[in-house]
Design a protein around this ligand. Structure first.
Ligand code: MN
Length: 129
């Protein structure tokens, strides 16, 4: 067992790559990818309007919304998410997640396996809520 206390053992906050995100996104890697663990975990903070590109994960992903209001969508439908909500994204399901237009949104992301990054979420797709 290992207890990770706050950011004591974490890496510095990193800006999310434009290859993964639209807008400004900040990553605190809690359990970094690329280690021997089966899962990795990050706290992700999206500035207003920022969101991931469309993507899939090799394994399941759990998002736990910590603060703010956000949006999550698969190819069938999207929904608003708020602090306390938990989203389960099955392995291989194409989706995106991000902040609502007027607020920062932070979530924990617990993920198994690597992500496959795809096209950017268009303004039309982002706005269809
Ligand atoms: Mn995801």
């Amino acid at each position: 067992m290992r207890v990770i206390r706050g950011r004591d053992e974490g890496q510095p906050t990193a800006r999310g790559s434009d290859e993964w995100f639209t807008g400004d996104v900040w990553l605190d890697r809690i359990i970094p990818a690329g280690g021997h663990e089966a899962i990795h975990c990050s706290a992700v903070t999206f500035e207003p309007g920022a969101r991931t590109r469309w993507h899939t994960h090799e394994g399941d992903q759990i998002l736990i919304v910590l603060s703010g209001e956000g949006r999550v969508s698969d190819t069938a439908r999207g929904t608003t998410i708020r602090a306390g909500d938990v989203v389960h994204i099955p392995a291989g399901e194409k989706h995106w997640h991000g902040a609502a237009p007027g607020t920062i949104m932070s979530h924990l992301a617990v993920t198994a396996g690597e992500a496959q990054w795809m096209e950017a979420v268009s303004e039309e797709e982002y706005g269809a809520f």
